[in-house]
Design a protein around this ligand. Structure first.
Ligand code: SAH
Ligand code: SF4
Length: 359
């Protein structure tokens, strides 16, 4: 009996070659198919005109090329665009396009929701609903590139949408391989930044990968006590553990780890916090990205004043740290960091708790 059609958009080139072979065709045909899917954004086999009629018919009978539905598309006053995508099981995720920062950037999700429960993050409030597959992670890139006419242009990707990428490690790495393939988008790993809340064993695993993205680490505090109060994972992997993992993380020449630091008024934004942060980062090739809180209903914190933000940044800069303050993009359409949440699909507690317990 024939099974369900194979989704070619979820396959790496090697897997696609085996699939084409299983249909009784030559392996090299897979490269042509890969190019159609990735370089030209084609989903209909009839349009793959350099394949034989016979292969096209075989593909139509045994395969699909999925593309998620866009169910909402908002454009912010500042040019940021938010796409709400619906996947085949009806679950929804969000992807964001941020123009000219200085390159075009796609902010991509790796999970529906997130199990980590950081106290200031709306996605964390959803709990983990499920992991995305590599095909679903990369589909966001195909869809945005196609919709925005950027398939043959260069762009950057930040894994800073919904979810914790290192909590969905295998699918995330497979997605990077699929995006990197030269028959497809040929996206260099230097164009990808993976942001993690600090899953130390997975950071060590990442350190051994052939395709190594830039690393961003969500630190958010300069003492164990403060970090423990806002990042539940700190109980399992302390700030010290995370910093040590950063110290041993291999970096290419002139590369630095980006430390993200959400600024919360009265919690971690004092001059003393800034001075401690300098000490904490003294052994790491670091740059710091300050993220003034994007406030939202249900988030029990406040954004510091501009004066407090600038004073904090100045202390770091005066002590020689490379520091930037993230401009909050797309706040009017709730596309800014930590504002990604799709209502009405909170994780069933049991599933989310089970995964959280595995950490
Ligand atoms: N899970 C990963 C990546 C996704 S979140 C991580 O935590 O690193 C991307 C960034 O947005 C993280 O640094 C996160 O701490 C930050 N963020 C979350 N909620 C935020 C909020 N309300 N305001 C500003 N930044 C926020
Ligand atoms: Fe998850 Fe990152 Fe949000 Fe923390 S900040 S809950 S790790 S998405």
């Amino acid at each position: 009996m024939q099974g369900p059609p194979t989704d070619l958009a979820g396959l790496e080139l090697g897997e696609l070659e085996s699939f084409v072979e299983s249909l009784g065709h030559k392996r090299f045909r897979a490269k042509q198919i890969y190019r159609w899917v990735w370089k030209r954004g084609v989903t209909d086999f009839a349009q793959m005109t350099d394949l034989s009629q016979e292969l096209r018919a075989a593909l139509a009978g045994a395969a699909t090329v999925s593309l998620s539905d866009v169910i909402k598309h908002d454009v912010s006053e500042d040019g940021t665009q938010k796409f709400v995508l619906r996947m085949s099981d009806g679950k929804q995720i969000e992807s964001v396009f941020i123009p000219d920062t200085p390159a075009q950037t796609f902010c991509v999700s790796t999970q529906v929701g997130c199990a980590m429960g950081c106290a200031f993050c709306l996605t964390g409030k959803m709990g983990l609903v499920r992991n995305l597959s590599a095909g679903e992670i990369t589909a966001q890139v195909r869809l945005l590139a196609r919709s925005l006419d950027l398939l043959d242009k260069s762009f950057n990707i930040v894994l800073m949408g919904m979810g914790e990428p290192l909590h969905n490690y295998e699918a995330t790495m497979k997605a990077l391989r699929m995006l990197n393939d030269k028959e497809g988008l040929g996206l260099h790993p230097k164009r990808v930044t993976l942001s993690t809340v600090g899953l130390v064993p997975m950071m060590d695993k990442l350190a051994g990968e052939a395709l190594m993205p830039n690393l961003a680490v969500s630190l958010h505090a300069s003492t164990e006590e403060t970090r423990g109060a806002i990042v539940p994972l700190n109980k399992k992997y302390s700030m010290r553990d995370v910093i040590e993992a950063c110290e041993r993380f291999p970096l290419a020449k002139r590369r630095r780890i980006m430390f993200e630091y959400v600024l919360l008024a009265g919690v971690n934004d004092s001059p003393q916090d800034a001075r401690k942060l300098v000490k904490v980062l003294s052994g790491v090739k670091a740059k710091v990205n300050l993220l003034p809180l994007n406030a939202a209903p249900g988030i029990p914190f406040e954004r510091p004043s501009d004066e407090a933000i600038n004073a904090f940044a100045k202390i770091l800069a005066d002590r020689g740290l490379n520091v930037s303050v993230r401009k909050s993009r797309g706040r009017d359409i709730r596309a800014a960091c930590g504002q990604l949440i799709v209502e009405g699909q909170g994780g069933r507690k049991s599933a989310a708790q089970k995964l959280a317990a595995e950490l």
